[in-house]
Design a protein around this ligand. Structure first.
Ligand SMILES: [Zn+2]
Length: 117
């Protein structure tokens, strides 16, 4: 496969919070090459948009995307997708101090005190 063909498949992965190794498998290349591309794209994005808004959206290769947790719905230990912070109509996220997660098994939502994390 030509590098420019890999590039078109690489671009949609940039914003996804996944390990470099997953992207490398998908693209048929090595994690080192994916890492170098991510670094290069971060540099380019900062040149193109000096506010850094676009560069901050690059998630590929960031560490610890999904902790393993016990899901209260399906009662299994699952990879939990972080889903922001819990808030209610009367209480703000800062007052509740609870992190929301979504189970990758049953798609159920649950929240955990940030002190327990
Ligand atoms: Zn579950």
């Amino acid at each position: 496969m030509l590098r420019k063909d890999i590039l078109y498949r690489f671009l949609p992965l940039l914003s996804q919070h996944r390990p470099l190794a997953h992207a490398a498998d998908e693209l048929g290349t090595t994690p080192e090459i994916v890492k170098a591309w991510v670094r290069r794209f971060r540099e380019w994005l900062l040149v193109l948009d000096s506010t850094g808004d676009f560069e901050r959206r690059v998630r590929l290769g960031l560490k610890a995307p999904r902790p393993l947790m016990d899901c209260p719905h399906c009662l299994k230990q699952v990879e939990a997708r972080p889903h922001g912070f819990k808030r209610t109509r009367k209480r703000t996220a800062a007052e509740l101090k609870r992190r929301m997660f979504r189970c990758t098994g049953c798609n159920g939502f649950f929240d955990v005190s940030i002190d327990a994390l």
